[in-house]
Every structure is written in C-alpha cells, then in structure tokens.
Design a protein around this ligand. Structure first.
Ligand code: RUQ
Ligand code: CUA
Length: 647
C-alpha cells in the first residue's frame, strides 16, 4: 500500500489517460506500476524521468540534437527527449553503411579535404553550427569544424548529407569553429595553436616574431549551399592560442568575440629547460578577449587592404589595428567559453582557472572603443580596453567554469568542469540559483536553441568528459556520457544518460524538429547527393547497357526490388570498370546497397539516388555482386556476378 501511495501521482496520471480508467480493475494498473517500481528498485524521480523521456513507438522526437562525433570525424543526430541516436552524418571520414568514401563522388569529396597531398583518414570534430536567419536556427544547413586539420564541412539538412569540405592553407589547426554570424553571412574559424601563417618552417625560438594566429571568416553562399573560399578573409592575430568564438547578435551584431588562453606565449620545451606548456601558459592573471568588428574588417578587405597569403586574403595586424577591427579586453584566467546572451547585450566569459563567470557589457565595450579609452596596448600594438569599465558583473559560479547556454526565462547555465556540476544563474541579477551534478567533468552543455536569440528552455544536455561508474564495464576505454536534464522543472532534474562510444562529442546544438523539412526520396531519379544534382550518368529503367570505351568498361545499371540490371558484368583482367548505378525506386526507405567483395566496392543508394564507382579488375576470377540492405523477401536473390576473364 505504501508503494501505491509512493507512485500515487504517477499512477493517477497513467489512469487519467488510460481508456480503462473507469473500469473496476483500475487499482490493478496502479499496483502494477508500483510492483514494477519495487522490482526494479525505482524511486519516484526515476519514474517521472522515464515518463518525461519515454517516446512510444511511432511517436517522433520534439527536438533534434546535432552533436560533434569527436574523433570519428562525423556528426551525430540524436532525438530529444528520447535520446535515441537517429543518424550518424558521414563528414570527414569514410562511413561504410552510407557507402561514404567508396564511390567516385564521395571519394572526391573526402579527397577535397586532403591537405598538401596528404590523405587524411580522421578528423577531430568539435563545434557544430546550425545556419541562422536573424540569429535563430533556420534548419537549412549545418557546419562542423575539424580541429586537427583546420577544416570545415557543410552539411545540407535537406538530406543530411555533406556537400563540401574546405581547408585554408593559412593555418594548421583550429578550435573555435564553426560559429556563424546571425544571418550566416560568415562561418568563423579561429586558429588554436599558432604557427607561421601560410605554412613553412620557422624555428620555434622565433615564436613571438613569426608565429601567428588568425581568425578566418568563410563567406557562405546560401543560394549555392557552399562556402566560397574566394570570398573568405582572415584577420591576423598575435600568437596567443585563440580559442572559442561567438558572433555578436542583435545589440552586438557585426562583432565577433574570440578567447585566448596563452598570452604568455609559452611554447613548451620540457626537455630543453622550459616549463611545460600548461604551466607556462598559466602565469598571467588575465588573457585577452578579442573583440572583432567584422563589418569593418569586411569593408577593409573590400577596399583592397588585405594581403594574400597562400590563397587567403589576410588583414595583417597593423592594418587590423589601424582600421579599428581588433581590440583586446583582459579576461580572467585561461578562459575557454565565450557566449553572447540571447539579446546580444552581454558576453559571458568563463576562465578555467577562475571561479567566476565574467559578464561584459557590449554597450560599455562599444563606448570604450568609440572613445578610444585604452589602458595600453599589447606587444603587437593591439589596443587594450579597461577591464573594470567593460564588465557589468562577475558571478561567483564555481570551480572550472567552461561553457554557457541560455533559457527563455533570462537564465544562464554554465558547465563547471572541476566541480562536475552545471550552475543555473540569473543573467540580469548575476546570481546563482541552483546547481545540478554531472557524471562527470562536464565540458560543453547544449540547451534547446540555447545559443540563439530565442532559447526554448525545457531541455539541456550535459556532455561529460568522464563516465566512470555510469555504465557496465566494457574494458578500459569507456564511452562518453551525454546527460539529459529537464531545466523547466524546479529543481532541475536529471532524466537520462546516453553513452556515446564513437568519439568524444564536444559541442552540440538542439533544434526544434519542426524547423527541419528533410526529403524522403531523391527526385528526379538519378540524383547524386554529393554533387547535389541529377547525375549526368544517371540510368533510366530500360536504358541499362554496357559500353566499352577507351577508358574502360562502363556499366549502366539500375537497382529495384529485387534485382540489378544488368546482373552479369564480363570484363578482362586489368580493365577499368565504371559502374553507374541508379536506384530507380521512389518508395520511402527502399534503400539498396551494392557491394563487390575483395574490390572495396560498397555503396548505399537511397530511393532515386545515383552513384558512380570506378575500380580496376586487377585479378581474374568470379566475384559475386550483391545488395547489402535487406530490402525485400528476395533480398538474398538481389545479386549477380562480376566475371573477370584472364588475359
Ligand atoms: S571544447 S569542453 Cu569547445 Cu573543443 Cu570546450
Ligand atoms: Cu536490394 Cu537487398
């Protein structure tokens, strides 16, 4: 009976929506919930958490979260509140199920991300950025940065497919990418580790003189859905280890804010009599918040004031200073996150080694810039604004504050890495309201639309760096942990732990699902998702054929449940084989795969999709070709042969 009382509220809620609520057997339903609770040792908060996240079969999630896939080089798409993994978007690395990296166009796309002829088989994805219109997610595109190789990718949310990978030849690593300006005019990519701009060798002893960072602004052409490298520009900055970035919005539109964590300019050398980088970089009490007027930078570049370095237009430091593009403000100690409030009026910075969230007032910052009120300049001549006069408040927030997100009630949420908590605090009052434990060492957090001009509140996901005791043991390498929190309830409630076993997710963004309108099938039939157009080699039904040309054998093939046509391909040993394959189906979810063993041939063709595959028939023999998706009752019969005759 006590169990029934304990679960009373929930049981009542269940009964209220049960068609059998009025029947005499109603108490049985209550006792079954309490019996389940008892059997599974669940307390009432466990049951409310389950009820807040359980999503019955066929019911769709209200939000989608786009998360970096870390070392996997991919992007994860997770439904909220269920925390179900819905998609892994193949971006920087091959993805076999999607045939990404096993056909001509996806090979070429991946190769476009190679740097200086080096094939790159991995990426370190950190920060996804949804495209915005007027500072709000518009659900059209997603950008993601690769820290290791200083690359950016563009994903079209019409079909959740990567369309472009770019890398400048200016910088060697990035971190604060990708962040977009409020109308997605630009995607921001700042360097992380300084190096000579444009590449080349310079002894590290000349670090101060010759090593530099840069803040890149990649122009986005919305009509083409592509970044336009020719219209990109960069601003040279001192070698301070630039970190995260955020674009100003509303009140602070036209500006961008970038952190730095190594104004000491330490460069390590632990075996050469120097302190390790980590202690060398933590000497100063403050580093510099970079305040960038990108509208002015854009105008200066348009006026021909940039210098082209290895293909990128760069506003050199003296020009950036003279044009009023760059100002510094001290920021306490080894900062990491910089986050602009939804109204664009405040900029929140947290220092990993400082217990405060520092709130800069954009109005004050702008006035100081206009009055040229400087307290000096850095060794490179960049004017420094007075800290005390630029801030609105500092909130004593806890240990190791990193990243901040916002809700619709004027509150901010800041991750506390060292404390393993998230602090909820009121922005106007600069006052901490509540904290919730994370398991453990929370890095980024993502709130529903929590970095836009109109956050939704409701949900927040803590992206934890350590999982320790949260899941069953699977050997020494544990999964990462994402924890869903209900931030609309008071106090905040932890709802769900989601293990992530394919890489360390860094940042994520959460968008209302109804802002997305993905297609179900490709039309017209013969569409190539990578080139984003009907493929010139698309095959119509009844037009299947095999042609012998100077460059080899061209097989024009269709796939439809449950056969390939043609299903016999006869070639000679050593011949080039080009397979042009169209899935001519237009039924939702009617995906076929196409594989030839021992030839690294493997593609996935969604309804209406076309793929081109080129390979050399190096070895004579008989090689089965088959469909790799269990598409129909006669799926096993969806097969054929590649016959390679010896010479
Ligand atoms: S990171 S835990 Cu954004 Cu790469 Cu902060
Ligand atoms: Cu097509 Cu299996």
């Amino acid at each position: 009976m006590r169990q029934i009382l304990l679960a009373g509220g929930i049981a009542l809620a269940l009964l209220a929506c049960s068609p059998r609520a009025e029947q005499a057997g109603a108490p049985a339903a209550g006792s079954s919930v309490s019996a389940l609770m008892q059997a599974r040792k669940l307390a009432e908060p466990d049951v409310t958490a389950a009820l807040k996240t359980y999503t019955p079969t066929g019911v769709h999630d209200e939000y989608l979260m786009f998360s970096s896939g870390g070392h996997s080089g991919q992007v994860l798409v997770v439904g909220l509140p269920s925390m179900r993994l819905l998609k892994v978007i193949a971006v920087f690395t091959p993805e076999p199920w999607q045939g990404y990296g096993y056909g001509d166009q996806t090979d070429a796309l991946l190769a476009s991300g190679n740097r200086n002829g080096q094939t790159l088989a991995w990426a370190d994805t950190h920060h996804p950025a949804l495209s915005e219109t007027a500072g709000d997610y518009d659900g059209k595109f997603l950008f993601i940065g690769d820290k290791a190789n200083a690359r950016l990718a563009v994903i079209d949310l019409k079909d959740f497919v990567t369309k472009q990978i770019v890398a400048s030849n200016l910088i060697e690593s990035d971190h604060g990418a990708a962040f977009v300006t409020p109308n997605t005019d630009y995607v921001i990519e700042p360097t992380q580790y300084p190096a000579p701009l444009g590449g080349g060798y310079v002894p590290i002893e000349e670090y101060n003189e010759k090593y530099r960072g840069a803040v890149l602004f990649w122009k986005f052409d919305r009509s083409k859905g592509k970044l336009d490298p020719a219209a990109a520009f960069a601003i040279e900055v001192p070698p301070y280890g630039q970190d995260l970035a955020d674009a100003g919005k509303l009140a602070s539109s036209g500006f961008a804010f970038v952190n730095s964590f190594n104004t000491e300019r330490a460069w390590g050398g632990t075996m050469e009599g120097n302190p390790p980088l980590e202690s060398g970089a933590s000497q100063n009490d403050t580093d510099f918040l970079h305040v960038i007027d990108w509208k002015k930078a854009e105008a200066a570049v348009a006026a021909g004031k940039a210098e082209t370095i290895n293909g990128m237009r760069v506003l050199r430091l003296p020009v950036a200073i003279a044009e009023g593009v760059l100002h510094f403000i001290p920021e306490p100690k080894s900062p990491h996150g910089v986050d602009v409030t939804p109204d664009g009026k405040d900029i929140v910075v947290s220092g990993k080694l400082d217990t405060h969230a520092t709130i800069y007032s954009f109005e004050k910052v702008k006035a100081l810039i206009d009055q040229k009120k400087y307290v000096g300049s850095d060794p490179y001549g960049v004017p420094i604004l007075p800290f005390e006069e630029a801030i609105r408040a500092q909130v004593e927030i806890g240990l190791g504050p990193l990243h901040t997100q916002f809700d619709d009630q004027g509150n901010a949420y800041t991750s506390l890495f060292l404390e393993s908590k998230v602090a909820k605090w009121n922005v106007a009052e600069a006052r901490v309201l509540e904290k919730i434990p994370a398991h453990y060492n929370v890095g980024h957090i993502a709130a529903a639309e929590g970095d836009t001009v109109s956050p939704d509140g409701r949900f927040l996901v803590m992206i934890d760096k350590w999982a320790l005791d949260r899941f069953a043991g699977v050997g020494p390498l544990l999964p990462q942990n994402m924890q869903l929190v209900d931030i609309a309830s008071a106090p905040m409630q932890l709802l769900y732990d989601m293990p992530v076993p394919i890489g360390e997710p860094h940042y994520a963004q959460i968008i209302k699902a109804d802002k997305l309108a993905p297609i179900d099938i490709y039309t017209p039939v013969g569409f190539n998702p990578v080139t984003d157009t009907k493929d010139p080699e698309a095959v119509e039904a009844e037009q299947e054929r095999i042609e012998r040309r100077a460059d080899g054998v061209h097989v024009y093939m269709t796939a439809v449940r449950s056969h390939f046509r043609p299903d016999i391909v006869r070639v000679k040993e050593g011949e080039n084989v080009h397979i042009h394959l169209t899935n001519v189906e237009q039924a939702k979810d009617a995906t076929h795969g196409f594989a030839i063993g021992s030839h690294n041939v493997n593609v996935s063709i969604e309804p209406g999709e076309h793929a081109n595959i080129t390979f050399v028939a190096k070895r004579s023999g008989v090689f089965p070709m088959y469909c790799t998706e269990f598409c129909s009752a006669l799926h096993l019969e969806m097969a054929g042969y590649l016959l390679v005759e010896p010479n």
